[in-house]
Design a binder for this molecule. Structure first.
Ligand SMILES: Nc1ncnc2c1ncn2[C@@H]1O[C@H](COP(=O)(O)OP(=O)(O)O)[C@@H](O)[C@H]1O
Ligand SMILES: [Mg+2]
Length: 280
């Protein structure tokens, strides 16, 4: 019997707009529903949207930028936020006050320090990564994550891009069996088998395209909250299957006492920071 603790999963894709944020937020929602204290870092510089997808408001001056540019553990944690409804689900990312270049000069040391601290606080930490390999946040997260979810769609160009990324991943010694390939927005144009033949990696999960989902997400709902239609259920099944693959051997979600205890710890840290700040 195992429990999920201090596990880090990166969600990445070789092209933008395929569904990294979509999958990250659904996984996060599912993990927290299972009783895991869940952290999400949105490393996207151009269009951070994971907090919004999770209905979490990032307050001014309390964002990923502040979390990265501090040495103090307690200051890192105060830059994660949740909402009233999902008390076990915390997210950080850049907010409207940050410039897109605020993460440009970040160092590998700062990224790893943030990952270390976040990992030690959460049962499960999800990293919503930028596509480009030029982003240090992606590069460090690939190395750091226990597994990498590679999100692709049915587009031939995505598969071609993935093939060149695979070369790069090999060069930087990322074990290819850490990758879990997911086809999202599946419209049946390329089968899982065709994708496998083209890129040489097995496709583990296929999630259908469903345009109602955009409306649901815009209303701050996830498929777990709506879930009415057949396609919703197909998406839910895909997310659950992916979650199972990520957490296999340890899906005995930790329950009641644990999450309250951990939340107490997080909130406890916030208090400490407040006290320290008032004393300064
Ligand atoms: N399976 C799906 N069916 C329909 N729309 C989807 C699906 N997955 C993602 N989307 C929508 O596609 C858009 C891009 O997804 P997003 O997760 O923001 O991509 P990324 O983070 O990779 O840039 C969003 O509007 C999202 O709601
Ligand atoms: Mg995104």
């Amino acid at each position: 019997m195992g429990t999920i603790d201090k596990k880090v999963y990166a969600i990445w894709s070789p092209k933008g707009g395929i569904g990294k944020t979509f999958i990250t937020s659904h996984l996060a929602k599912w993990a927290s529903t299972k009783g895991l204290l869940t952290g999400v870092i949105d490393f996207n510089r151009q269009a951070p949207s994971t907090a919004a997808a999770l209905n979490i408001r990032l307050p001014r001056e309390k964002s990923l930028k502040e979390a990265l540019y501090t040495e103090r553990e307690s200051d890192v944690i105060t830059n994660f936020h949740n909402n009233e409804k999902d008390k076990d689900l915390f997210c950080t990312g850049l907010n409207v006050n940050n410039d897109v270049d605020d993460l440009f000069e970040v160092t590998d040391h700062q990224i790893i320090k943030l990952l270390e601290i976040a990992k030690s606080k959460f049962n499960i930490l999800l990293l919503d990564l930028p596509t480009s390999y030029l982003e240090l946040t992606s590069y460090e997260s690939w190395k750091y994550a226990d597994k990498i979810v590679v999100v692709i769609d049915n587009d031939y160009n995505t598969i071609v891009a993935l093939k060149s990324y695979i070369k790069f991943l090999k060069e930087v010694n990322i074990p290819l069996n850490n990758l879990i390939v997911v086809i999202n927005k599946d419209m049946g144009l390329l089968s899982g088998q065709e994708v496998e033949e083209m890129c040489g990696l097995p496709v583990s999960v296929t999630i259908p395209f469903y345009k109602q989902i955009v409306k649901d997400m815009n209303e701050g709902k996830t498929v777990f909250e709506t879930g009415g239609s057949f396609k919703d259920r197909k998406i839910i099944q895909g997310i659950q299957k992916l979650y199972g693959l990520l957490t296999s051997n340890g899906d005995k979600a930790r329950s009641e006492s644990k999450s309250l205890f951990k939340i107490g710890k997080l909130i406890g840290n916030k208090k400490v920071v407040k006290e320290v700040k008032t004393n300064e």
